[in-house]
Ligand binder design. Structure first.
Ligand SMILES: NC(=O)c1ccc[n+]([C@@H]2O[C@H](COP(=O)([O-])OP(=O)(O)OC[C@H]3O[C@@H](n4cnc5c(N)ncnc54)[C@H](OP(=O)(O)O)[C@@H]3O)[C@@H](O)[C@H]2O)c1
Length: 331
């Protein structure tokens, strides 16, 4: 009910203001919410927008479309390769950011997927690889760049992860898996239960895990200690290509027609969250305001779950880049 009321009663504000001088990275920006967020930033005069995409062709199509509709300068948009299903691609992208960009004011970590069928990438169900592990890997690798931007330009950069109200729809059964076995239990279910309900639930979990990770990261780099803000934004239910694999029939089409926002309207929530200050550090925003996330996170056992998930994530991240997580979050 809360979700439905939000869809009907909250109209995210149309982004205004100037982004002149700002450098903005948006992952998953060749279509959908990421592309519309990029269009807002281009319209508002951002100096440099990196469209981080897995298909360069699709990225260039998006670039031309945004240039055509906003009349932004020819050098504003850059298309960079990033495949979140590959850890080496994530690390190469982060290394390129470190070496080629003098500043990063905003990083919108938005790329995500909701596949109807099980697939594995980097040893985990691809849902978790893309929506959670690679997203957190990229977040951790970008933290030092945002901190350096803060120190050099006296600004407070923001990293915003695209979240979802869907994270509140799951009881997260695997939270009671034995120590160190949460991802293993999730991968096992993904490999053995291909039902519609299970795929929906696993998607919800793939959006819940990054909330736990952001809360853990925010504790390690507190708002007062680190001059950057990390938050999450729920864009609401939007018409996009996300559920392209699911054929929901006429009922679903009707529901989406009545309830869903356009990706342009949904993208306003991302631009809004990325304009917030330290009060939003570690927070989940929905309907353009800070909201409590799921009771799975905030209720009894939530803190312990956060620590267990963070420990498992760090183990995976350290296997990808030894020392990377500790170093990035220590300073
Ligand atoms: N639509 C909604 O109702 C809704 C609600 C809440 C949250 N969200 C979240 O919003 C974000 C954007 O989704 P959307 O609705 O805009 O859907 P979308 O139109 O399907 O956009 C998803 C974007 O992520 C990219 N992506 C997928 N896998 C990738 C990979 N391995 N590497 C790099 N990029 C990859 C896609 O690239 P390709 O075009 O190459 O596939 C696309 O650009 C997602 O994180 C989603 O979970 C959506």
């Amino acid at each position: 009910m809360h979700f439905l009321l939000g869809q009907f009663l909250v109209r995210p504000p149309y982004p205004t203001g100037s982004y002149a001088g700002k450098t903005i990275i948006i992952t998953g920006s060749n279509q959908g919410l990421g592309k519309e967020a990029a269009r807002h930033y281009a319209r508002l005069g951002a100096s440099r927008i990196i469209l981080a995409v897995r298909s360069l062709d699709k990225g260039h199509d998006a670039k031309h479309d945004i240039e055509h509709t906003t009349q932004c300068g020819p050098n504003t948009l850059q298309v960079w390769q990033l495949d979140m299903a590959s850890y080496s691609s994530v690390c190469q992208f982060a290394a390129r950011v470190r070496s080629e960009l003098d500043r990063v004011d905003i990083a919108l970590l938005n790329a995500g997927l909701a596949p109807a069928r099980h697939a594995v990438a980097e040893g985990n169900e691809v849902l978790f690889t893309v929506n959670c592990i690679s997203t957190v890997l990229l977040a951790v690798q970008l933290v030092p760049k945002l901190q350096a931007t803060a120190a050099r330009f006296s600004v407070r950069p923001v990293m915003c992860l695209t979240s979802s109200v869907a994270h509140t729809f799951t009881p997260f059964a695997e939270k009671s898996a034995p120590e160190g076995q949460i991802f293993a239990a999730l991968n096992k279910r993904a490999a053995t239960d291909g039902s519609y309900g299970a795929r929906e639930d696993l998607y919800s979990i793939s959006k819940l895990l990054p909330i736990l990770a952001v809360r853990a990261m925010a504790e390690k780099c507190s708002a007062s200690k680190a001059p950057i803000t990390i938050n999450l934004a729920d864009p609401g239910l939007c018409w996009s290509g996300l559920a392209r694999d699911f054929s929901g029939g006429v009922g679903n089409w009707l529901f989406m027609t009545v309830v869903a926002r356009s990706t342009e309207v949904g993208s306003r929530t991302l631009v809004h969250a990325a304009a917030q200050g330290p009060e939003s550090h570690g927070c989940y925003l929905s309907g353009c305001q800070i909201e409590e996330p799921s009771p799975v996170i905030t209720g009894p056992g939530g803190k312990e779950l956060q620590e267990r998930v963070w420990k498992e994530l760090v183990t995976q991240l350290e296997a990808i880049q030894p020392g990377g997580t500790t170093n990035a979050l220590s300073g």
